[in-house]
Design a protein around this ligand. Sequence first.
Ligand code: CTP
Length: 402
Amino acid sequence: MALAGKNIVIAVCGSIAAYKIATLIRLLVKADAQVRVIMSEEATAFITPLTLSTLSKNPVLVNYYQPDTGEWNNHVEIALQADYIVIAPATANTLAKMANGLCDNLLMAVYLSAKCPVFFAPAMDLDMWKHPATQHNIERLRSYGNIIIPPGNGPLASGLIGEGRLAEPEEIVAFLENYSEDSLPLLGKKALVTAGPTYEAIDPVRFIGNHSSGKMGYAIARQLKQLGADVTLISGPSSLSIPEGIHLISVTSAAQMLQACEDHFAAASIVIMSAAVADYTPIEVATQKIKKKEDQFSIPLKKTTDILATLGARKKDGQIIVGFALETNDELDHAKDKLARKNLDLIVLNSMRDKGAGFATDTNKVTVISRNGEIKEFSLKSKEEVAKDICQLILTHPLING
Ligand code: CTP
């Protein structure tokens, strides 16, 4: 059994759906998992700690300290001992606190101390669920690497019908079983991902750069990690936070990115190059700040090494290489040309003509072209969802799945 022996912390929030947690705990205990329950103060109004402690065979913790003995409940220890933390039902309020790092109860302190995979199963009324603030919080949680167990569609406690029902206990257990490391499809595989822009120095204070945020590459790195891969992310300058459990190598210039890629390429079976690498770099970098003199000024540039083409030329059996192409015109032709020229297996095409696609947005719209000429067009979605689509294509690719 995939969950046998796993330490699972169930964090219960104040929602009418909390009654389903009794069944969830029974199922997990039956699967031989060790279950510890923590609750928010509000959750105790919906289901008693006594019920959940009896079912989980462990004391239930609500506060930072035990009111009777004054003993401190060590949130760090609870979090570090957990193999999985499951926040269920996750209310709109707790999701908002998680997205913003608030820490006003034991449950939030455990969440913030977690190093293991954190799952959250939302439960709320359909309009609360659809509200942009809630959806924005969920996107943020995804970007932190937290995993959503999606809510179901159906009758809600309010009497309305729609999305927002807590996933059924059986579904939550199945979700956790499928996630279990033993069944992760990319377990044992190494992945190399590039992300962000490169900065090419002109003088000590200036550079040539671009608007890439790194969001697409970071989302791909997180997704590959969730599928079990051992991920190295080589990133140009980016303000994004370091994804949990990923080996991050920070670089500045195209030359540094090339070196880092060459160091890690041979070991990787999945290579995804989403970085917006500068095509040209100044021939010389001024050692001192260039002073303003002439009305017109030009900087002699030389081509950078094409990292993707360099790696493509060295590709060995068992390696899959995915490139990106950002185009403004004749998109498909340019992308197909790049795929062939750089010896790629897949190319992800963004068109600057599509609204919401490309740099510095939270969304993207891509078309993926494979070496055998297959073309898959996707709709506009969040970069997290696009990363999922790309990873699914990799998972089903004969080089990985053959
Ligand atoms: N790329 C790279 N090294 C470079 C330039 C680009 O590895 N020096 C990679 C990017 O990470 C991306 C792909 O090549 O995966 C496509 O980059 P793009 O700039 O669109 O392609 P180019 O071949 O440079 O073509 P052009 O700029 O003429 O469109």
